[in-house]
Structure formats: C-alpha cells, structure tokens
Design a protein around this ligand. Structure first.
Ligand code: ELG
Length: 283
C-alpha cells in the first residue's frame, strides 16, 4: 500500500511575461510537496506566507536577507531580459518560466536544480558553477550563457541559494510543518452506476473522497484478482484540501456480481476499504 511520504521536494516556480517593450510582470510560487507555502505576486514587494510555518526555522534576520536577495534579483532579472531582447533581437511577447528545486536525500545530502524555459521550451540550466544551454535550445542560448557566466558574483549567489540556503530552509520547514506534512485523513468510499456504456452492460463507479495525502490505489477486483479494464480518473481536489478519485469498470450485466472495489491508502494502514457490488441493486 502507498507509504506515508518520507521525502519532500521543494519547488520554486517563476513566471515572467513580457508583453512589449514596457509591460512586464513576474510572479513566483513556492511549494513543498503538494502544499503551496509562498506566493510572491508582481504587485507585492514581499514574499507572502501561506502557512504559519512558512519561515521554517529561519530567524527574522535570515529571512530578511533572503528576501532582500530575491528583491534585488527580480529587479535585475527584468532589466537583464530587456537587454537580452535587444542584444539578441528577440520579438515580444515572451514568456519565461524558471523552476528551481531542492530534494533532501538520506544522510543529510540534497540535490538541487535550476532551469529556465523560453516560450515554453527549455533554454538553459545552472550546473555546478555555471550556466549551460539546454540541448536543442536556439543558437542564441550559447551567447546568453556566455554572458551570464561572466558574472561571477551572481553565479556564487545562485550556487549559495541552491546548495546552502534552500536545503537549510527545507530542513526547517520539515521540522516546523511536521504535523501538517504528516497529516493523514482517511477516505470515504461509495459505489454507484454510471450511464450504461452499451446495452446489456453496466458501468460500475467507485468513488473515493476526502483522503490525504494524495497517493492512493483504487482497483476493481474479483476475489483477489484485479480486473483488467479498470479506468482510473484523475485525482481531483476537494475544497477542504483533501482529494477525490473515481475509478470505473465496464462489465456485462451478468458479470457484475462478485466484483468489489478495493481502496489502499496510507491512512488506512493494512485495513483496505472493500466495497462489494450488490448484484441485485436497482441502478
Ligand atoms: N544578480 C545583480 O537568473 C533564481 C535565483 C537567482 C538569484 C540571482 C541573484 C543574484 C542577482 O541578483 C543580479 O548582480 C549584481 O549584483 C550582485 C550582488 O547583488 C553581484 O555583485 C553581481 O556580481 C552583480 O552583477 C544580476 O543582474 C543577474 O544577472 C540577475 C538575473 C540572473 C538570472 N538570469 C536568468 C536569465 C536566469 C534564467 C534565465 C534567464 C534568461 C532566459 C531567456 C531570456 C530570453
């Protein structure tokens, strides 16, 4: 059955839109696993906390320093892009997406990355101590990296953020947010029939709702045997930050008796939920 989540990945996502020579905005989101912890909208000078523990174990002063670094970065980034666009003769509008991440690994190690996309396609990443063009990136990406690589100070700052600041922030977040991150909520499950796929057939629907965290396994089984043809839906969000999933199976009406829906989720331990299809039900 799905294990309780033991490793968490931090993701920072930057979305920058440049509509023309003067209109631009940059928004940033920060996620730990499936929880959003930060929002930094273009209109705001400061990074917003979405959880009471978003500061992790950083002191007020450490957080101020990090925020200041990010403020300088956002201003400089915008200026940089305006300059690149002139230098490389690129056309507006343009969309730049930057994603950076940090995964804590066993034995106190961590792995980080930063990559950027231009018009939805990878253009460059930060590797070790330098900017590297993405495979298949446009030729100007070489030129861009060469230019970026001349700024030793910025490379050091990026390295420091990726390899020192972020892992330390994430460690503190795991500590301060422990109870929320390890929260377990049991699913409820029920059966219904959907619109018959064709005459003489039934569509059995197994609904599973209200569970947390997201990983779940729902199958239609006959005895212990998993039924082929099970259709997994997408896991959908409920409004109360739990999840919902439906799993359907089309069968000949005569075959429906003896089928059951089995739900495995970390909150249930080994006690899977098993719901039996009632062959006599009126659908
Ligand atoms: N440097 C000021 O990413 C995602 C976190 C990056 C944090 C970088 C922080 C460093 C910084 O803000 C800018 O540098 C000057 O001041 C520094 C001290 O504050 C140092 O003294 C430094 O030596 C000095 O030059 C600097 O202007 C930097 O270039 C800002 C943007 C860096 C950056 N660029 C970037 C561009 C990243 C990904 C992709 C792209 C281009 C995408 C495609 C374009 C068409």
């Amino acid at each position: 059955s799905p294990e309780p989540q033991t490793s968490y990945s931090f993701r920072g996502l930057q979305i920058s839109s440049f509509a023309n020579r003067s209109w631009t905005r940059t928004d940033v989101l920060g996620w730990l696993g499936e929880l959003q912890l930060y929002t930094w909208r273009n209109e705001s000078d400061t990074v917003g906390f979405l959880k009471p523990w978003s500061q992790g174990t950083f002191s007020e002063q450490q957080w101020e320093q990090l925020q200041h670094t990010l403020q300088v970065y956002r201003r400089s980034f915008t200026r940089d892009i305006w300059e690149f666009v002139k230098m490389l003769h690129l056309d507006y509008p343009l969309e730049i997406q930057i994603s950076l991440g940090c995964d804590l690994l066993p034995r106190n190690t961590s792995e980080s990355f930063l990559r950027a996309a231009f018009q939805g396609k990878d253009v460059l990443s930060f590797q070790g101590m330098s900017w590297v063009p993405a495979p298949d990136a446009p030729p100007w990406s070489q030129e861009l990296c060469k230019k970026l690589n001349q700024d030793q100070g910025t490379k050091e700052t990026v390295h420091w953020l990726l390899h020192d600041v972020w892992p330390e922030l994430v460690r503190g977040l795991l500590q301060m947010g422990k109870s929320e991150l390890e929260k377990q909520v049991k699913p409820e499950a029920w059966l219904s029939s959907g619109p018959p796929p064709r005459p003489g057939h039934l569509r059995l629907v197994c609904h599973v709702s209200g569970f947390y965290p997201k990983p779940v396994r729902v199958t239609w089984v006959r005895g212990e045997q998993e039924e082929p043809g099970t259709q997994q839906g997408d896991v959908m969000p409920n409004a109360d930050s739990t999840w919902y999933l439906r799993v359907t199976l089309d069968v000949e009406a005569a075959e429906a008796a003896g089928l059951s829906c089995r739900v495995k989720h970390s909150s249930l331990g080994d006690q899977d939920i098993i719901l039996y299809w009632d062959g006599n039900r009126v659908s």
